[in-house]
Ligand binder design. Structure first.
Ligand code: BG6
Length: 485
């Protein structure tokens, strides 16, 4: 099935940090692909802004290179590449250079496009100064939207300070906080599955669900981001945002409508219902060296680092729906496989009418985001054949690939999210109070680690994490889903 493409209104997007990695890898290729899809009107303008002094031509040449690398299909599309490059402009900027702001403001204002988005693809310390610069140069009007991305603070006080800094110049309805996990196709499908079907909702609670596992595992290490990662760790880098968002969408009550504040109110309630975490319910790890590859400590160049590259934890949601159903979160670098999934494990049938047959596993609903997007319902059925009543568990596979043309399957989260900004739809973006609530829950856990100063456990690269993480589950009479499954 070919997906419907509804063009957005023409817009101007200014990308601060346009020469940086995120812009080259994600933002510019995303805009290019939406242009190819026919969703972006050609009168739109993409204005790069960064400290680097360069001309429009030089910027165009560097974007052409970025497309070659990160949207390689563009090599066979010379006409559309030319069109895309013609939509680009560039303005060098320093936050304290009033003349540069004036030039940028004049360029933006001379255009008739009513929608203006400002993507702050820069270090968070620049969010405030850029927001102020936009306001001082008259660019923060009602048509303006700003887009920012994590780290959105590193604890509650810094997140509050950041929110206050932005809200001094922009209304909350103009601030788009990206969590790229919310732009993934299957994440939205989870919402459709839960709330567009009558089938799941009646069993979506502690009476019927034994436990939930949310896993985001990666097979790569921290790469060249050691400096950042050592100040962050898996908790701040992954749990505070991506896993938290997956947990919220899995656990939230039905919003009255699929509208920004209705959805975000429900997510906020989930975060505020999270119980304090018992230290015995957390396992932290650091990957060891192996096969000539560096250990975590070597990668972050800090032999004394207490930062975790792996985290497994048991989390409780203290409300009527979920009391008694643990949520297990697991994330880490250099694990067995790159997998992101939410696994819902249902309880045993109340009574087995098959006394001679052990049902091997209970029903489980696996919502896989990566590497492939798929929803699978494990069901117990009779083993085919005349040999009596033997039970086996089979996957009822709800792969949606037949529904999608290849292009839809490959739509990157940034394509969807950037266009949502242009449409003015905040549903898939985090509200300031959600971010603060997540930090409020995490801060005491981080604080405990800081005071105890324990070394995270070592684990082998390519494994499923430290042994202790297995114990965490065994102790509860459960087991982790195989990351390779
Ligand atoms: C980023 C983290 O937010 O998400 C990275 O900072 C991580 O450390 C990445 O690698 C994972 O994203 P994805 O979409 O590849 O699962």
């Amino acid at each position: 099935m070919v997906s419907r493409v509804i063009p957005v209104d023409a817009f101007d997007i200014v990308i601060f940090g346009a020469t940086g990695d995120l812009a080259r890898r994600k933002i510019l290729p995303a805009l290019y692909r939406r242009l190819v899809a026919g969703q972006i009107p050609a009168e739109s303008r993409i204005i790069g802004a960064a400290r680097t002094e360069q001309t429009q031509k030089q910027f165009q040449a560097s974007v052409a290179k970025a497309l070659d690398e990160f949207a390689p299909e563009s090599k066979g599309q010379p006409k559309i590449v030319t069109l895309f490059l013609s939509m680009l402009d560039y303005y060098p900027i320093n936050t304290d250079d009033t003349k540069a702001w004036k030039r940028l403001a004049t360029a933006v204002k001379t255009n008739a496009n009513p929608i203006r988005a400002f993507y702050l693809s820069v270090a968070p310390s620049l969010f405030g100064p850029l927001a102020k610069g936009l306001a001082d140069s008259g660019l923060a009007d009602e048509s303006s939207r700003i887009i920012i991305e994590k780290p959105l603070g590193h604890d509650l006080p810094s997140a509050k300070a950041l929110n206050a800094e932005l809200r001094a110049y922009f209304d909350e309805s103009q601030i788009y906080r990206i969590d790229h996990y919310l732009g993934k196709e299957t994440v939205q499908n989870l919402v459709a599955l839960r709330f567009a079907n009558a089938l799941f909702e009646p069993v979506w609670n502690a009476r019927h669900i034994d436990h939930v596992q949310i896993a985001v595992s990666e097979d790569i290490g921290v790469g060249g981001r050691g400096g950042y990662y050592d100040t962050s760790g898996a908790m701040r880098d992954m749990v505070q945002n991506h896993l938290m968002q997956l947990l919220c969408l899995t656990a939230m009550e039905p919003p009255s409508r699929f509208e920004p504040d209705a959805v975000r109110d429900e997510k906020l309630k989930v975060i505020r219902s999270l119980g304090p975490v018992d230290p015995a319910d957390v396992v932290r790890g650091q990957y060891a060296a192996a096969g000539g590859q560096k250990s975590f400590l070597e990668d972050v160049e800090n032999p004394d680092s207490r930062t975790e590259s792996f985290l497994a934890m048991r989390v409780s949601i203290e409300n009527w729906r979920w009391a008694g159903t643990p949520f297990y979160l697991r994330t880490g670098k250099k694990l067995k496989k790159r997998v992101s999934e939410i696994a819902i494990f249902f309880k045993d049938p109340p009574h087995s009418i098959f006394p001679d047959e052990t049902v091997r596993d209970n029903n489980a609903l696996i919502i896989k985001l990566q590497p492939e997007e798929r929803i699978t319902l494990y069901t117990t059925v009779k083993e085919p054949g005349p040999g009596g009543m033997r039970l086996i568990q089979v996957p009822l596979d709800m792969t949606f690939s037949d529904l999608h043309d290849e292009e839809t399957v490959n739509v990157d989260a940034y394509e969807r999210l950037i266009l949502d900004v242009i449409r003015g739809n905040q549903t898939l973006f985090m509200r300031g109070d959600e971010v603060e609530a997540a930090w409020a829950w995490i801060d005491p856990i981080e604080e405990r680690w800081r005071t105890k100063n324990d070394r995270p456990k070592q684990y082998d690269p390519g494994s499923s994490g430290p042994e202790d993480a297995l114990m965490l589950m065994h102790r509860d009479g459960r087991r982790w889903r195989d990351l390779g499954a």
